[in-house]
Design a protein around this ligand. Sequence first.
Ligand SMILES: [Zn+2]
Length: 281
Amino acid sequence: MQLHKIETGNFMADGGAVFGVVPKVLWQKKYPCNTDNYINLRMRCLLIKTGDRIILIDTGIGDKQSDKFFSYHHLNGDDSLANSFKAINISFDQVTDVILTHLHFDHCGGTVQQDKDGQLSPTFANATYWLSEAQWNNFNEPNIREGSVYFKENIMPIFEAGRLNFIKENTWLTPDIEMRLFNGHTQGQIIPLIKYHDKTIVYTADLFPLMASIPEAWIAAYDVDPVTSMNEKRVFLKEAVENNYTLFFEHDLYNECCNLIETDKGIQGGESFALEEIKHF
Ligand SMILES: [Zn+2]
């Protein structure tokens, strides 16, 4: 198995929205913000080569939305889905599977591409796309909170092409990759757990968007059901620390990975490190 991070660029969000009820005096010690209170977030996807499959987890924000929309989210950085694929010499057409953790715009915008005539088509022409049925139902009948973060153009061309596969429960995509379901951030978020040599690497998506989001009470204001998020985090952190899982962060600009340690203040992240370092273990 080979693992490659796929950086797709950065966007900014209000720090208070990302850290919810946690006071700024606490979170600003863990994650920097600018004078407008914005924090800079990565959209870091993960590509897995295993056997004859090439599996991509999440696709970034894409480039289909209006300049106004992108400026509102303060897109920045030089990375893109295309450049990151080029850097590892893999073409979009080689991807066999795309796991969409959920359909919020910053996770699935790169799934569908738009040509200069405005025609939409799957970016990964030969891939099977994986999504939870609960997330699909939530997308089709969004609650008042999530309606504005779902865009039909990010997924309908995949559905209409018959490429979208739904999982109803925790499912193994391969003998090494489990797709685990969580409901606090949004209904049916898929968190992939990847067995890599003797390690388990967790693609944390919006379960732990940042290393600073590890404590169970540090829940984003975006989460639709914060009490469920806290319970899910508590149970998962226990499993993760007992089994020495490595967390891989999608949104943390400063930290790619960390392991967990038990302290008298609860379970916390240890030293962070780059994915590249895991490969040399
Ligand atoms: Zn989300």
